[in-house]
Design a binder for this molecule. Structure first.
Ligand code: SAM
Length: 297
């Protein structure tokens, strides 16, 4: 077995002991203290999924935060054990575009996984410590964006000392109009190591159709790091058809995956539950290279 496989298995065992994903203490306490500060209220299903109010955000965090967070980590384990992450460590900075970020779900998952991977390297990693992570945070909902900033700020203050939150650039311009800002940031800094699009396929495809969404994702991929940068899509299993259509138009594969997790919601903190989700995690170079099926409606 090679070193990457060893590191990947060790990282998986650290974040999901015995195959069950659970929150590490820092993010676990950030989640519970955030839930305690947000107001409870009856909100519609739409508001729970795409929050625009603090009560909606509470419902989202209660029901979806941990689930989506684990899905990001589960999807990126191999990346954190790959030579691309070693190159990031040598550089000393990591750059993320988190589009439809909600309360910084993917960014927090990535920060905590970077620190877990570094702790497994036992001080034997190349480059500087701490690793500085710069984040372009994009969400059309102001309430998500502002809570996302607060969470990153709090993670920075109470999180591990191996990883530091660098510049956080939040903007509420809806995607794909936000591509201009995302591109500008990439040109002013360096290309993104990870572009995340977590659970935004439904509103985006309603706005632009499958072909338009795929084309905009391809444009986002053009802002990614050609040497190992990844584009990650996550979506629930109920929209498998939509995920597969967008991925087909992009010329990349999609998969449906089971994930067992310790449930984190205000109803039941101790249960284990299996969730099934859809994902596509591909090197940005694959998306740049393929010209497949842009005409799909
Ligand atoms: C279901 S939440 C997912 C949040 C997070 N990415 C996750 O995986 O948990 C979808 C988010 O996408 C945002 N959103 C919807 N349409 C958007 C658009 N056109 N541009 C940017 N954000 C958008 C919503 O405000 C919401 O916060």
């Amino acid at each position: 077995m090679d070193r990457s496989q060893d590191l990947s298995s060790a990282l998986r065992e650290m974040l999901a002991p015995g195959g069950v994903w659970e929150l590490q203490p820092t993010v676990g306490s950030l989640l519970s203290s955030t839930l305690a500060c947000l107001p409870k209220g009856n909100v519609s299903d739409e508001e729970r999924r795409y929050p625009t109010t603090r009560a909606g955000l509470r419902a989202f965090m209660d029901g979806f935060f941990a689930r989506h967070y684990f899905q990001v980590q589960d999807s990126l384990v191999d990346f954190f054990a790959s030579p691309a992450f070693s190159a990031i460590l040598r550089r000393g900075t990591m750059h993320i575009a988190d589009v439809g970020c909600g309360p910084s779900v993917a960014s927090l998952g990535i920060l905590d996984m970077a620190s877990a991977a570094m702790s497994l390297m036992n001080g034997g990693f190349p480059g500087k410590c701490p690793l500085t992570v710069h984040i372009a945070l994009n969400d059309s909902s102001e309430v998500c964006l502002s809570e996302g900033r607060v969470l990153l700020d709090r993670y920075s203050r109470c999180g591990p000392n191996t990883v530091r939150v660098g510049r956080v650039l939040p903007f509420s311009t809806p995607f794909p109009e936000s591509l201009l800002q995302l591109r500008r940031i990439e040109r002013m800094t360096i290309p993104y190591d990870i572009c995340c699009l977590g659970y935004v396929l439904i509103p985006l495809s309603e706005k632009m159709g499958v072909g338009g969404t795929a084309e905009r994702f391809r444009q986002l991929a053009q802002t990614g790091n050609q040497a190992g940068g990844q584009l990650l899509l996550t979506q629930d299993k109920f929209r498998e058809g939509l995920l597969r259509s967008v991925c087909w138009a992009l010329g990349v594969s999609a998969e449906i995956v089971d994930l067992e997790q310790r449930v984190y919601d205000s109803q039941n903190q101790n249960d284990e539950q299996t969730y099934t989700y859809g994902r596509s995690c591909s090197p940005v170079t694959v998306l740049r290279g393929s010209g497949a099926a842009l005409s799909v409606a």
